[in-house]
Design a binder for this molecule. Sequence first.
Ligand code: MN
Length: 337
Amino acid sequence: MNLSKIAVEEHMAPAGTLDQAADRFEPEAWRKLSNALMDIHGQLLSDMDASDVEMSVLSLNSPGIQSITDRKKAVEVAKRSNDVLAEQVAKNPKRFQAFAAVPMQDPEAASRELVRCVKELGFRGVLVNGFSQIDTEDSAVYYDRPQFWDFWATVESLDVPFYLHPREVLPSQMTFLEDHPWLGNSTWAFTVDTATHALMLMSSGIFDKYPKLNVILGHLGETLPFLMWRVDNRLRKTPKGCPAKRPLNDYFQNNFYLTTSGQFCTQSLLNSIAWIGTDRVLFSVDYPFEKVSDATNWFDNLKATNTISEADWVKLARGNAEKLLKLGAAKQTAASV
Ligand code: MN
């Protein structure tokens, strides 16, 4: 068996976080998804074997910690979830690694938890599910604010990537969804919110202060490869006090990585590669919301049809992930345990 690929946006859900996403699905669909979220060593592993995926990097299902309004509880649930994630990885570290979940409701605690996860549990980075609700349900706090800058310093000093993953938006944020519920969640609202959040980070000056920060976006960059030219073109004409020192695309092309999670579209991939280069695109599935075989059939076909070169395909399939997530080191650690 030639296990050729590494997937980095694959989700699981320990008890205590599982029912958060139930509202997004019909009951029968949710029953299957919630079983799949718990069945890492069964369903996910057999799907990986069948589709030549060597490793999945696991993360907590969205919204995970970010919708817990109580700060103390957010800190506790993050710790518990990371311990469960670590247990899952320890059962089969050659096939599974993990991203930490962190309580951004308390930035100092988030920094401490990230240090613990990276240094003690061997996690490969951190995945945060969009903005955090803090103290009240109707609050959406984004991470360009000053209280998070020490957290960004921690991420940079640990030299691990920060995966900005979508979450459901609040009704007050997108009032059009009231009349158009079919445009909510992963169909469209996730993308609008996550792309906006990424632009907030780029325009904040965070990357001027912490130039080695690496941020990962799923879904081939949440539309941004298509739009960065226009964003900078308009921003140059109407800067309105934007604090960033450089055009935002400079940060996009130097501090961001994109994954193919849930976006198995050749035209979009080619546009993303044209914009950001083959060193910054990583294969992913988005288990269990997408079928592993849907992702891999599409992705393997890119090589078979010479749509992208063999060398580039290998970078996307695994090389870029191995480098960014230092997976060689992870395998050595796994071997020595
Ligand atoms: Mn996902």
